[in-house]
Design a protein around this ligand. Structure first.
Ligand code: TRP
Length: 336
């Protein structure tokens, strides 16, 4: 019976989200909604990756308020801070500390090949800082500190997870079994949400056209107005099809927020025009986001209570992080 606990132990999941702007409906349906669902099956650690956010210049007051707001959104989504570990990355110093250690086991060449680094360097040619370059090493530290088995990642982060795995394997090959080698976790229902104005692009908060994206904290009227203006396609049928990228995106959204299947959605709007359909999607999204916004607003108002929660989260996280960090330090030969 002595290994029962081991056999029934839940897998450890880790994910982080950057507070570098307003979170969108795309973040919600593509990732965060799954974070809430995963807490019932896994042992979850979720962090606000604020250290990652400063690889591009941030305005201090805005960064601070976005860190608070992102933390509050995680709780507002129903992620239980007692059941899971929910914290703010910069409050656990082992992240930066392990990141330095790991950077000495990471090659310049492999970092140079990261597509996100190349893209971001092009986007910010006047601020190609070393942090932007070594960003995946900090991400590897986030993952490895918590002995994560599974990391839910979208397409854009797959390469970074690969590097985290490579670093872990490399380190383990030298020093023995120090790090758990993580696997990518592709959630069953991660919806890929496109821009409402140009469905060939991902929905992104950095899109200059505010009608292209919905913030989780947008109010009902804004949400409905943006959906009314969403681009559709030629024809008038509400049908999932490759030559109907705008309508298909709206079907994906509607089906994700209502839980209805694509076929049911198509049936529901048979014979109805795009106008009716867009209004229905807007209302459904507004209904889904309203309770999150309401909860977020309550949490953010009580700074003292929120402070207690993020401090407790950081303490819980650091308890695990410190052990992994010291184990790695000791293996390398540092005096503890
Ligand atoms: N880099 C990720 C992003 O921009 C955020 C992130 C930081 C992350 N650390 C992580 C994601 C660890 C997964 C695991 O989306």
């Amino acid at each position: 019976m002595c290994n029962t606990n081991e056999e029934t132990a839940k897998k450890r999941v880790l994910s982080c989200i950057q507070p570098s702007g307003l979170l969108t409906l795309g973040n919600y349906l593509g990732a965060l909604k799954n974070w809430t669902e995963m807490q019932y099956e896994f042992d979850c650690t979720y962090a606000v990756a604020d250290l990652h956010a400063i690889t591009v210049r941030q305005e201090p007051a805005k960064l601070r308020s976005q860190i608070y707001s992102t933390f509050a959104i995680l709780l507002a989504l129903g992620i239980d801070p007692d059941k899971n570990t929910v914290f703010i990355q910069s409050q656990v110093p082992e992240h930066t500390a392990l990141s330095w250690l790991l950077s000495c086991y990471t090659q310049f060449g492999e970092m140079s090949r990261m597509t996100q680094f190349k893209d971001k360097s092009k986007k910010h040619p006047d601020n190609i800082n070393v942090g932007l370059f070594s960003y995946p090493v900090l991400m590897a530290a986030d993952i490895l500190l918590y002995k994560s088995d599974l990391v839910p990642v979208g397409e854009d982060q797959k390469q970074h997870l690969e590097i985290a795995r490579d670093i872990a394997v490399r380190f383990n090959n030298i020093y023995g079994d120090v790090f758990t080698v993580p696997e990518a976790y592709i959630p069953k229902a991660g919806a890929r949400i496109r821009s409402l104005q140009d469905p060939s692009k991902k929905m992104s908060k950095s899109d200059d056209n505010v009608n292209a994206w919905i913030a989780i904290l947008d109010g009902r009227d804004d949400i409905i107005r943006k959906f009314k203006r969403a681009v559709t396609d030629s024809g008038s049928e509400v049908r999932m099809a490759e030559d109907k990228p705008g309508v298909s995106n709206l079907i994906t959204i509607y089906s994700a927020v209502t839980g209805k299947s694509t076929a049911d959605v198509e049936r529901e709007f048979e014979g109805k025009g795009y106008g009716d359909f867009k209004l229905a999607v807007g209302e459904a999204v507004a209904d889904a986001l309203a309770p999150i916004k309401q909860k977020h607003d309550e949490i953010i108002k009580d700074k003292k209570a929120m402070e207690q929660l993020y401090k407790a989260g950081a303490e819980k996280a650091e308890y695990v992080a410190r052990k992994t960090y010291f184990k790695a330090m000791k293996k390398v030969g540092f005096v503890l």
